[in-house]
Design a protein around this ligand. Structure first.
Ligand code: HEC
Length: 440
C-alpha cells in the first residue's frame, strides 16, 4: 500500500525559521532585501504569467516590474489567502506531488509578503531572469491529431455580461467503431481571453444501450493536452458525442469564442494494454442542504473490484460546493478486521469558477488492491458568505441545473491484473528505498 509522507509540521517550522531570520537581519544587511529582480520575478514566471499576460485570462499583465508594481498589495493578499494561483488542494493532507502544480510554498508566500510590505523594491536589473518564453497556443502539442472538432458555432461573449457556465455541443467526431485514444488536447482557437475553462465530456451508449458519459479532457491555461503513457489509452466509443462545459468571462469588448478538441488515435485494431477510465465515483443523489447553513456534509461510496492505479482526481460540486475529500478504504487483511484507510486528496476551498483536474505525479499515483472503497465526502456552504450562492434562503437538493447541487468526484484510473499490481508495488518500494538511501 502506498505510504504518504505527512509533514505538515515541517513547513510551518520552516516558515517560523524564515520569519526569525528576517527579523534579526533587518536593516543591517541590504543584500538580504527581497527584490523583484532577484526573488519575485522567478515566482511570477513560474506560477502566474501563464494567465497574467496580454491576451490571456488574467485581468492584468504580470510580465514586467512596471506591470507588477501597482498590484503589489493585491498580489500579497491573493497569495496569502492562497486564492492565486488557482490550486485548491489542501497541502496538509495526503498526496503532495502533482503534475503541473503551480502553487507556492510557504516560503515563497512569506517572501512575497515581505517584499510588498517593504514597498515592493525593484532591486538590481542584473538579477532579473531572462523573460519567459511561452508555448505557442496555435500549435497542437500532442502532434498532428487524427480528428479535430470545434463547437458547432462560435459563442459570442458580450462586452459586459455576468460570467456564464454553458454546455455546448461540438461537431460530430464521426467514429463508426470503437477506437483507442493515444493523446488528446483541448484549446481555445478564438477568444482566448474570455475562455476560463473548457471541459470536454463524451456521451455515448454502453453495450446495454444505456446513456453514459465520461470526462474526456479539460483545457487549463498552460496545459497542453495529455499524451498517455506507452501502452495506455482511452476508449473512444463508436458514435460518441462531445459536449464542452465552458466558463465564459466578459472582457469589455464583444468577443466570439470557440474551442477545438484534437484527438490522436492508436492504429485501427490495436488495443493498448491499459485502458484509462474517467468516471464518476462516490455519487450521492439523496441529500438536502438547508438554507443559510454551511459545512453541510454528504458522503458517497464506490468500490473498485479490481486492483487499479489512480492517475487524477477532480471534485464535482455546483454553486454551494465548499470542499471535498477522497478517502481510500482498503480491504482488511483478515475477515472482519479493521479496514485501513487513507485520505489521498482534499480540496479544502472549492472554487466553483475554477475547474481543475489534479493529476498525480507518476511516483505518487495510488496503487490500490481489489476491493478498495472510494469514499467521497463533500461539504456545502449555503450561506451568503459563499460568493457563488444565488440564494441562501433556498434549500438545495441534487439536480442537473447549476443552481441544484451534486456530489461526486471524477476519478481517472486504470485497472491492473494481479501480477501488474504486485509489480507496480514492488517498483514503487524499490524507488522509495533508493530515495531514502539518497537522503542519508
Ligand atoms: C490559471 C490562470 C491564473 C494563474 C496561474 C494566476 N492567475 Fe491571478 N487571476 C486569474 C484570473 C482569471 C483572475 C480574475 C478572476 C478571479 O479572481 O478569479 C485573477 C485575479 C488575480 C488578482 C486580483 C486582481 C484584481 O482585480 O484584484 C491578483 C492580484 C492575481 N490574480 C495575482 C496572481 C498571482 C500573483 C499569480 C501567481 C502567483 C496568479 N495570479 C496566477 C488567473 C490566473
Amino acid at each position: 500500500m502506498p505510504r504518504m509522507l505527512r509533514t505538515p509540521g515541517a513547513s510551518l517550522l520552516a516558515l517560523v525559521a524564515l520569519c526569525g531570520a528576517v527579523e534579526s537581519g533587518r536593516a543591517q544587511n541590504t543584500s538580504d532585501q527581497v527584490t523583484f529582480a532577484k526573488d519575485i520575478a522567478p515566482i511570477l514566471q513560474r506560477s502566474c504569467q501563464n494567465c497574467h499576460r496580454p491576451g490571456n485570462i488574467g485581468p492584468m499583465s504580470l510580465l514586467t516590474y512596471q506591470d507588477v508594481r501597482p498590484w503589489a498589495r493585491a498580489i500579497k493578499q491573493q497569495v496569502v489567502q492562497r486564492n492565486m494561483p488557482p490550486w485548491y488542494i489542501d497541502r496538509a493532507v495526503g498526496i503532495h506531488s502533482f503534475k503541473n502544480d503551480p502553487s507556492l510554498s510557504d516560503q515563497e508566500i512569506a517572501m512575497i509578503s515581505k517584499w510588498a510590505d517593504a514597498g515592493a523594491p525593484q532591486g538590481n536589473a542584473a538579477d532579473l531572469p531572462a523573460p519567459r518564453k511561452f508555448e505557442d497556443g496555435d500549435r497542437w502539442h500532442i502532434g498532428k491529431p487524427d480528428i479535430i472538432v470545434t463547437l458547432k458555432k462560435d459563442v459570442l461573449v458580450k462586452a459586459k455580461a455576468p460570467d456564464q457556465w454553458v454546455d455546448l455541443p461540438t461537431e460530430d467526431l464521426g467514429v463508426k467503431i470503437n477506437r483507442y485514444i493515444q493523446a488528446v488536447e483541448v484549446k481555445p482557437i478564438k477568444g482566448v481571453a474570455v475562455v476560463h475553462h473548457a471541459v470536454a465530456t463524451m456521451q455515448f451508449e454502453d453495450e446495454q444501450g444505456n446513456e453514459q458519459q465520461s470526462l474526456l479532457e479539460e483545457y487549463a491555461v498552460g496545459k497542453f493536452g495529455d499524451i498517455y503513457a506507452e501502452n495506455t489509452g482511452r476508449v473512444l466509443p463508436a458514435g460518441a458525442k462531445v459536449t464542452m462545459n465552458m466558463h465564459l468571462h466578459a472582457v469589455g469588448a464583444d468577443t466570439p469564442a470557440n474551442v477545438a478538441v484534437g484527438i490522436k488515435l492508436y492504429p485501427e485494431g490495436y488495443t493498448p494494454k491499459h485502458i484509462e477510465i474517467s468516471q464518476h465515483v462516490g455519487d450521492n443523489e439523496d441529500f438536502d442542504i438547508p438554507p443559510n447553513t454551511k459545512n453541510v456534509r454528504v458522503d458517497g461510496y464506490s468500490v473498485l473490484l479490481k486492483p487499479a492505479r489512480i492517475t487524477a482526481f477532480q471534485p464535482h460540486l455546483h454553486n454551494r460546493g465548499q470542499a471535498q475529500c477522497l478517502e481510500l478504504i482498503y480491504p482488511p487483511a483478515q475477515s472482519a478486521g479493521r479496514a485501513p484507510k487513507e485520505t489521498v486528496s482534499c480540496v479544502d476551498r472549492y472554487h466553483f469558477d475554477w475547474h481543475i483536474v489534479y493529476h498525480y505525479d507518476e511516483d505518487a499515483q495510488p496503487i490500490v488492491p481489489a476491493g478498495t472503497i472510494l469514499h467521497v465526502t463533500s461539504w456545502f456552504d449555503n450561506t451568503a458568505g459563499n460568493k457563488f450562492n444565488p440564494d441562501p434562503s433556498n434549500p438545495v437538493a441534487f439536480g442537473q441545473r447549476t443552481i441544484d447541487d451534486m456530489s461526486f468526484s471524477w476519478l481517472t484510473f486504470y485497472y491492473l491484473t494481479d501480477d501488474e499490481y504486485r509489480q507496480a508495488l514492488e517498483d514503487r518500494r524499490a524507488k522509495q528505498k533508493k530515495l531514502t538511501a539518497g537522503l542519508h
